[in-house]
Ligand binder design. Structure first.
Ligand code: MTE
Ligand code: MO
Length: 418
């Protein structure tokens, strides 16, 4: 569509250049997939594309928001606060993140299948503007596929194909992807509206009926109907969601295929991501010389025996890994608020909780309000009625409500005022 210039305004040179039709390439090139009649599957209707687009768009929106929440919790800017209750909130947001991500895979693939003949559009480039539009689709397709592939690789803990730091890359690519999605939806609004109304204008949209189908662009196919196709895609997506959810939704673990952890499997009935051996803390964690160092206005060093003699509290809290698995357990230990008291710190102090681990991204975590003062936040010594297994952080680990697993520091040896 060429816009009429408003009176008195000379249209700029640039818009003219952008819209000017380019010469058609030689017709002899119109071979194979570029032939006029090469793509005729009536399943690829505008309505199918619009509906799949809406579904995959919803999945990506949920993924984006929940991913952003997880990112903000882990690297909180000054304006951001995350509550310590409800204790399962992060479990829900991060569970949704991973489940909708997996559910989006068949949706995105189906969507790409319905539109990929457009790759072979003729002429390939009609104008400069058309060319830019086509290039922008590369960004859309590239980033959305990239997010799903890297997300799955991270859940599978397979880092070989990712020669970059997953977390940062996945985060920034999400912004590009969501931007590309918004631009795409903006440019397609008119087509989406037509595609969606096409199905509503004709009442007899029964796929098996003899009457021609509702879509304007092509007749109902003899084989798989459009409704059948959409049902199959939705069912596949639902199956992906259900077989992923078992790592966090109790009762679904029997049908888990894509979850990497079974919430009930592992020492003391709880999965382990980082073992004591891989963290290099087997010797220091079992050393009788172990001390918990409290470094604040009042500093002290506590032996394990002293820690055990302090008032003990038992809480039921989940470990919720950013990778989507979660499992609830019963933890017993010393309240962090009591330790802050001993250190001479106010209830809303911010502290660094450091482990015996010498390197590694998750060797320490910052604990601030409201989690630091929450009575459910413990330096746990026991798990499900036994001393902590060494892989769960013996002799002492942090457990706080509504907090990502990466911030539940194991093998804690120091609480330091910040
Ligand atoms: N010191 C230390 N603590 C750590 C980690 C780590 O790598 N080092 N990993 C964290 C991650 S990613 C998770 S999900 C939880 C898992 O706790 P669990 O092994 O007891 O289930 O521990 C957290 N605590
Ligand atoms: Mo984790």
């Amino acid at each position: 569509m060429v816009r009429k210039p408003s009176p008195g305004v000379t249209p700029g040179v640039t818009p003219q250049l952008l819209h000017r039709p380019l010469p058609e390439p030689p017709a002899g090139l119109r071979q194979g997939p570029l032939r006029e009649e090469a793509w005729r599957s009536p399943l690829r209707s505008e309505r199918t594309a619009a509906l799949l687009g809406i579904w995959v768009g919803i999945a990506f929106a949920v993924c984006f928001v929940t991913g952003l929440i997880s990112h903000l919790i882990q690297t909180p800017p000054a304006w951001f606060g995350w509550p310590s209750r409800p204790v399962n909130l992060y479990r829900v947001t991060q569970g949704l993140h991973v489940i909708t991500g997996f559910a989006a895979i068949p949706l995105l693939l189906a969507k790409l299948w319905t539109v990929y003949p457009k790759l072979f559009e003729w002429p390939p480039v009609r104008s400069v503007l058309h060319g830019v539009g086509r290039l922008s689709l590369l960004i859309l397709v590239g980033t959305t596929l990239f997010q799903l592939v890297t997300g799955v690789l991270n859940v599978a803990r397979w880092y070989t194909p990712m020669p970059f730091f997953f977390t940062t890359t996945h985060y920034w690519t999400a912004w590009i992807a969501i931007g590309a999605i918004l631009v795409h939806v903006g440019t397609k609004l008119a087509i989406i509206r037509i595609g969606l109304s096409a199905g509503q204008t004709q009442p007899a949209a029964e796929p098996d009926a003899d009457t021609p189908a509702a879509d304007a662009d092509s007749p109902e196919p003899a084989g798989l109907s459009r409704r059948g196709f959409l049902t199959a895609v939705a069912a596949t997506s639902g199956a992906m969601a259900l077989t992923t959810a078992g790592q966090t939704v109790p009762g679904l673990s029997a049908i888990t295929v894509f979850g990497q952890r079974d919430p009930g499997l592992g020492p003391q009935g709880l999965p382990v991501n980082k073992s004591a051996a891989s963290a290099g803390v087997e010797d220091t964690a079992t050393d009788p010389a172990y001390r918990l160092i409290l470094a604040g206005p009042r500093s002290s060093e506590l032996t394990l025996a002293v820690l055990r003699s302090l008032p003990q509290h038992t809480v039921t809290l989940p470990i919720t890994c950013v990778e989507g698995w979660s499992a609830t357990a019963e933890w017993t230990g010393v309240r962090m608020a009591d330790l802050l008291d001993m250190m001479g710190l106010p209830q809303d102090a911010e502290v660094d909780v450091e482990s015996l681990q010498e390197g590694g991204l998750y060797r320490a975590s910052v604990l601030g309000p409201p989690h630091s003062r929450d009575p459910l936040t413990l330096l746990a010594l026991r798990l499900n009625g036994e001393d902590l297994h060494i892989d769960h952080g013996y002799p002492a680990r942090l457990i706080a409500p509504n907090r990502p697993g990466v911030l539940q520091t194991k093998w804690v040896t120091m609480v330091r005022a910040l």
